[in-house]
Design a protein around this ligand. Structure first.
Ligand SMILES: *Cc1c(COP(=O)(O)O)cnc(C)c1O
Length: 375
């Protein structure tokens, strides 16, 4: 693994490949054409850094971005001045802030529609809006009864420029799940009751379910960043993130010796233990600790997969490197934590979570290197 972009003192490094990010977006856009491919860049572009991700995607031709919170719109608006920008959390606080940021709230209740419509009337402006309908996720979105109420109060939508009607799938990672088709039908029913607007149902996994799920616009996040959550086969994206940490010390632990807090791991024979400069403060979840008889997280040292030994602590993880062949493992060597041999899904699984949480938990103190930019 190449680490010469890291400063000599770096204890941890995260490499983010912007060229692969862009080629992932292009591959998804090609798959869904003629539908539009937007980009979901909430949570600082899933932890990868909106400041780098948004300009790279905008330069590649991405015209529509989604964030979760109003605060996130400030950064993204500055990075993509001409893009359409949707706020998934909807209208929270003063409508005038949204107008100033040219941020389009995704309205998910009759109450929110009423508020945004009143703001439009008070300012004598037609305001852009997206409407989210709930089709079974029961999280955010208008209920069928609210859609009927909206139809009976046409003056509410008259002042709004309806840019998008959208909904979100619950089980899109499982192509055999009956929820997918049921939600798609409920979405079609809801759209029949709404004014004409562009439609969007699919995120990363939903767009893999086929053209009937694409509508006018798809909203992937995770897949852009190399995520492979879809269980129906490989998706046309490649990994974007690598992460490695420096080995700080290598020691022999005699048979019966324990490793780490609470002495949960014991050497069954003499073992060679490497301590690396990464812990739960760097996104290595404590749930990937390895007590005796348990399988925890893994790292790659000199091409060989090695297991975590004992508890993950805040800044340190101990690896059992006894079985790494060849030259002894040295202080200063790198242990790969995410990379070609260790996907974000692998890391998530060993921590009893998902790759999404691995990305959004990526260390903020590791040195970050962005490669493949400006192309
Ligand atoms: C986060 C989110 C997305 C993106 O989902 P991915 O699975 O990351 O592609 C799309 N739509 C909504 C409503 C979301 O909350």
């Amino acid at each position: 693994m190449r680490h010469h972009d890291a400063p000599a003192h770096a204890t941890g490094i995260i490499t983010i490949d912007l060229a692969t990010l862009v080629s992932n977006w292009r591959a998804l856009a090609a798959r869904v054409a003629p539908a539009e491919c937007a980009a979901v860049v909430k949570a600082d572009a899933y932890g990868l850094g909106a400041a780098k991700v948004v300009p790279a995607l905008a330069a590649a031709g991405c015209r529509t971005f989604f964030v979760a919170t109003f605060d996130e719109t400030r950064e993204v608006r500055a990075l993509a001045p001409d893009a359409d920008l949707f706020v998934l959390d909807g209208l929270v606080g003063a409508g005038s802030d949204y107008v100033a940021a040219r941020a389009v709230p995704v309205l998910s209740s009759l109450d929110a529609v009423t508020q945004w419509s009143a703001h439009a009337r008070a300012h004598g402006q037609r305001l852009a809006a997206a409407l989210q309908v709930d089709t079974g996720l029961n999280r955010l979105g208008l209920e069928p009864s609210e859609i009927v109420a909206l139809r009976e109060a046409p003056e509410l939508l008259k002042t709004l420029d309806l840019k998008l009607a959208m909904s979100h799938l619950a089980c899109a990672d499982d192509p055999g799940h009956p929820m997918n088709e049921a939600q798609r039908q409920r979405f079609d029913e809801a759209r029949r009751l709404l004014p004409q607007a562009r439609a969007s149902l699919a995120a990363s996994d939903g767009l893999m379910l086929g053209p009937v799920f694409h509508y006018d616009l798809v909203r992937p996040g995770y897949a852009l960043y190399g995520g492979q959550a879809f269980r129906g086969g490989p998706t046309p994206v490649l990994p974007v993130v690598r992460m490695a940490a420096r080995i700080l010390q290598v020691r022999d632990v005699a048979t019966g010796g324990s490793v780490g807090y609470s002495a949960t791991w014991t050497a069954k024979t003499q073992r060679r233990i490497a301590t690396i400069a990464a812990g739960y403060a760097d996104g290595l979840f404590r749930t990937s600790s390895a007590a005796d008889g348990e399988t925890g997280g893994q790292a790659i040292v000199r091409g060989q997969r090695v297991p975590f030994a004992g508890r993950v602590s805040m800044d340190l993880v101990t690896l059992d490197v006894t079985d790494v062949p060849g030259e002894p493992v040295h202080r200063g060597d790198w242990a790969e934590l995410i990379g070609p041999g260790l996907s974000i899904e692998d890391v998530g699984r060993s921590a009893k979570t998902i790759g999404y949480e691995v990305l959004t938990s990526l260390s903020r103190r590791f040195h970050r290197v962005y490669v493949g930019g400006g192309g």
